[in-house]
Design a protein around this ligand. Structure first.
Ligand code: A3D
Length: 311
């Protein structure tokens, strides 16, 4: 048995919070990787977080590095390398820059950690995770994207606030691509088992759906850079489900091979994550409106993947 090794590629806002959460949960030793220009930041965050362990009582190694050799045989790699949005930008505006970064990360991961479970967060998410699978050649079960949990968390929060109930009593799922065409599936949305449509009028639900779709941009507008606490929590939940074989059923971007009538596309759907990676893609029935929204989301994802393939 060896201590698990968590590689965090990108030591920026999300990377730092991922390191903090992974350390607190003692998921394994944490390697916080960034480009040589940012080595000091990676090492500084690592040292701060190791010292934090003396206060909080966790004990794992946390290493800041820009040397790929340090990431050899990692069990999990969480990829945030790239640039985030600035106010007024869409996720798709990041395509050209982040695609080159993802390709170089994939080339190195392939060599250093061929058996790792890869969770991609960099945007535009669906195209980046698709490219990660293509460029590493890893099995689709070992390459997933984090987005659905974050979008679902946002949806749940707004529903809870509207209904005046605890957020932990709200269960909701957002499927489809991570963008303007994301699909909040109201037919499965409940507050402690009660269908949400019985508790919140349709005009308020429509407003909440729109706010959920715009929520990433809302955060960017407020603070000038992307959200990072909730994205990190969601990815850590996925990593933990893999490492501990928890078999959590989570909405995440997985490679579809005919499920939902969709082939060769990464998209947000419910999936079971366990010790073998993506163990099951769960196909749920959708009503006519949701199905239509999912189809247009697929179309949007295909377009961004095609744009990536042409670069
Ligand atoms: P930021 O704080 O800028 O951190 C990104 C880090 O990546 C920086 O420290 C860069 O130096 C580093 N980096 C750049 N190139 C490389 C490379 N080749 N190898 C290693 N590291 C590199 O950004 P952030 O942490 O706020 O966001 C990271 C990414 O996540 C962005 O693309 C965001 O758009 C995206 N994001 C996605 C979601 C989803 O829900 C999918 C949510 C929030 C942010």
């Amino acid at each position: 048995m060896h201590r698990k090794k968590i590689a965090l590629i990108g030591a920026g806002n999300i990377g730092g919070e991922l390191a903090a959460q992974a350390a607190r949960l003692e998921l394994g030793d944490v390697y916080l990787f960034d480009i040589p220009d940012k080595l000091g930041i990676a090492q500084g965050k690592a040292l701060d977080l190791e010292q934090n362990g003396s206060i909080l009582g966790y004990d794992v190694r946390i290493v800041g590095t820009s040397n790929w050799d340090d990431l050899a045989s990692s069990d999990v790699a969480i990829v945030t390398a790239g640039i985030p949005r600035k106010p007024g930008m869409s996720r798709n505006d990041l395509l050209g820059v982040n695609l080159r970064i993802i390709r170089s990360v994939a080339e190195n991961l392939k060599v250093q950690a061929p058996d790792c479970f890869v969770i991609v967060i960099s945007n535009p998410l669906d195209a980046m995770v698709h490219e990660m699978k293509r460029a590493t050649g890893f099995a689709p079960e070992h390459v997933v994207g984090m987005a659905g949990q974050l979008d679902s968390a946002r949806f749940q929060l707004f529903l809870a606030r509207e209904a005046g109930v605890a957020v932990k009593d709200v269960r909701a799922m957002v499927l489809g691509g991570h963008g303007d065409t994301m699909v909040p599936v109201l037919s499965y949305c409940t507050i402690n088992g009660i269908p949400v449509r019985q508790l919140i009028p349709q005009n308020r639900l429509d407003a909440i759906i729109q706010r959920t779709r715009d929520s990433g941009a809302e955060v960017v507008k407020l603070m000038g850079s992307s959200a990072y606490y909730a994205p990190a929590s969601a990815a850590v939940q996925m990593a933990r489900s893999y490492l501990y074989d928890e078999k959590r059923l989570l909405p995440c971007a997985v490679y579809l091979r005919g499920e939902y009538g969709v082939h060769d596309v990464y998209m947000g759907v419910p999936a079971v994550i366990g010790g073998r990676g993506v163990e099951k893609v769960v196909v749920i029935e959708l009503d006519a409106t949701e199905r239509q929204m999912l189809d247009s989301s697929v179309q949007g994802v295909r377009e961004i993947i095609a744009a990536a393939e042409s670069l």
